[in-house]
Design a protein around this ligand. Structure first.
Ligand SMILES: [Cu+2]
Length: 113
């Protein structure tokens, strides 16, 4: 009985210690939607000096490629699918990105502050 209580207490302390980490991870996740061959939002603000997970959700019925020469990233996102693109830690500045399959409309910029 005592042993079980101690295990329970230890687990509670362990979980409490993990909670701030989980909250921080959630803070550094940003959603970027592709719709009608445009990015929404077209301008994303990200914190400097931190690793950020961009979740790119392609809501169009055709594939798109998230591409950024400034960030040195490219990732094909199939129609209707989500893909993760990790960026950072970045210095303050403006980093352009575009949809390689629809570059005339799919344009965006990440503003790091
Ligand atoms: Cu490409």
């Amino acid at each position: 009985m005592i042993r079980r209580t101690l295990t329970c207490l230890a687990l509670t302390a362990f979980c409490a210690a993990l909670l701030p980490l989980a909250a921080q991870a959630a803070d550094n996740e940003m959603l970027l939607v592709i719709k009608n061959h445009r990015f929404e939002p077209a301008e994303l603000k990200l914190p400097a000096g931190q690793r950020v997970k961009l979740v790119v959700h392609n809501q169009d019925s055709t594939p798109e490629e998230f591409e950024s020469h400034d960030l040195n990233r490219e990732k094909v996102v199939p129609a209707g699918a989500k893909a993760a693109v990790f960026v950072g830690p970045l210095k303050p500045g403006r980093y352009k990105f575009f949809g390689e399959y629809n570059p005339t409309t799919a344009q965006g910029v990440i503003v790091v502050e």
